[in-house]
Design a protein around this ligand. Structure first.
Ligand SMILES: [Zn+2]
Ligand SMILES: [Zn+2]
Length: 112
């Protein structure tokens, strides 16, 4: 059977950027899983945010939600890891701020 994605199957918990088991994961609206620290550098400073895997247009704050399942290698500290540039914390999945009202520093982080 042919696949539109390619010969490689998506592996559960595998980041689509670094190909490692995801740590501090987020899921995009298109269903792709990434480490937050892998995804954010690909969203910032590159025009309209897109899913690095399928190029789906992403709306920050709305189309990226945290992946609380985590992977086998996940550590509780992963939730606190900040993505560069800008030391941006992982999105919480809660719309604390709507676009346009958010602070320049990035997303508001609240503990679960
Ligand atoms: Zn990754
Ligand atoms: Zn995608």
């Amino acid at each position: 059977m042919s696949s539109v994605i390619g010969h490689r199957f998506l592996v559960p918990y595998e980041c689509n950027v670094c190909q490692n088991l995801v740590r501090g994961g987020v899921i995009t609206i298109c269903g792709h899983l990434f480490c937050w620290t892998c995804l954010w550098p690909r969203l910032s400073g590159n025009g309209a945010p897109q899913c690095p895997h399928c190029r789906h247009r992403l709306i920050l704050h709305e189309d990226i939600v945290p992946f609380h399942g985590e992977g086998p290698n996940a550590d509780s500290d992963d939730n606190l890891s900040l993505a560069q540039p800008g030391s941006v914390p992982r999105p919480t999945g809660v719309l604390a701020d709507w676009p346009g009202t958010k602070s320049p520093g990035g997303w508001t982080s609240t503990p679960c």
